[in-house]
Design a binder for this molecule. Sequence first.
Ligand SMILES: Nc1ncnc2c1ncn2[C@@H]1O[C@H](COP(=O)(O)OP(=O)(O)O)[C@@H](O)[C@H]1O
Ligand SMILES: [Mg+2]
Length: 415
Amino acid sequence: MKVLLSDGSGLTARQCATRLAAAGHAVEVLTPDPLCLCRFTRHVTRLHRVPPYGPDPFGWLDAALEVYRSGRFDVLFPTQEQVAVLSQAESRLDAAGVATVVPPLSALSALQDKISAAATLRRLAIPQPETATAIEGWGRFPAFVKDPIGTASGGVRRVTNRAELERSSAGRTVLVQATVDGPLAMCQSVFDRGSLVAFHANERTGEGAGGGASHKRSISLPEVRRCFEILGRDLGWHGALSADVIMGDAGPFFIDVNPRLVEPNNAYLSGVDLVGSLMELATGGHPATQPDARTGVATHQLLLAVLGAAQHGRGRRGVLAEVVHAASRSRGYRRSVEELTPLAHDLRSVVPVATATAATVVAPGSWSWFAAGSVSNYALSSQGWSAILHAEPSASSGRPGPIPGARRQSRRQPS
Ligand SMILES: Nc1ncnc2c1ncn2[C@@H]1O[C@H](COP(=O)(O)OP(=O)(O)O)[C@@H](O)[C@H]1O
Ligand SMILES: [Mg+2]
């Protein structure tokens, strides 16, 4: 099939490209950035320039639908926060014959911003750290102060005392969250109209740039899986749903919910094919529920490790050490598989890692250029989210009509 990824910059998009190409699909991507991560792989055959998503989701949508129509794609595969505008425009997509997979907007609104997500978790008695939206009376430090809309740690600040808390929340609406100590698990799932069909959890065993995982290991978290089932059933979730969970002494705590797919390759290598289930849903099928993943499967993303070494002050030596250990498969790279830029039959994928290494060796501070550049291409801004929430049910430029011959997908209403 001919698949159009909603983003070409992010780690998730790059991982999806590997997966989809391996499954025999032709993959092209939407991106404002001609030098995005997905440019550097033979798994993506073409880049289509679109306006940046964050500042103007509807401008992005118009351009995306035009590419989909003129390129006669079979599936528009959401890999990032574009899910939000696609969910808002579901009836417009239906009318245009676009095959995709997104949750209903009512479900998305319950989780997209961190304040709504905290309220939803509370309502469903899903464990989360103590949280507040008013800072008066907050006495637990250190704490995390989070902007309602933000990703890749861009809107999260750690504060250690009252003065820092006041400074970091002055003049804004924020969520304050108590710190939980323990390892972080990144959990992912796929739902078919409220029923869970795939679930995976991996522990972050190495922290890369921007709070991302340079190293992961698959783990079994049946309690967390049950929480996902409760959440997805209650909201009638459809498509991908992810969360960051800290395994504290008192059990798992949900610290962040991401209403979209996140980095699917550790799951795949552990036996859970999230992308495959999403493709089935996008084309109108009902995927079988996948069995539990194998545990102990280790994967890494050298690009994040290199940028993380620079960000965390480990300097040139730290950066070069990552590359040396990866090349010699020693330390954290022993028995671990590269999940972001595998080199097998894809030499081009060495370019981002080599460029990031060279840049951070010369100027360690350049890590932020690599990290920040891609986030702004796919992340929702708070203005963008507000535009989506306040738009008419099917905000339309009126441009795209039905695509002749395009497959219509049947959509049931969420229960
Ligand atoms: N309550 C918390 N306790 C401990 N660490 C936290 C907590 N909240 C956030 N963090 C740390 O900050 C990172 C970013 O926070 P998160 O809420 O996941 O924001 P983002 O939406 O940017 O991913 C997390 O991956 C974790 O390392
Ligand atoms: Mg997070």
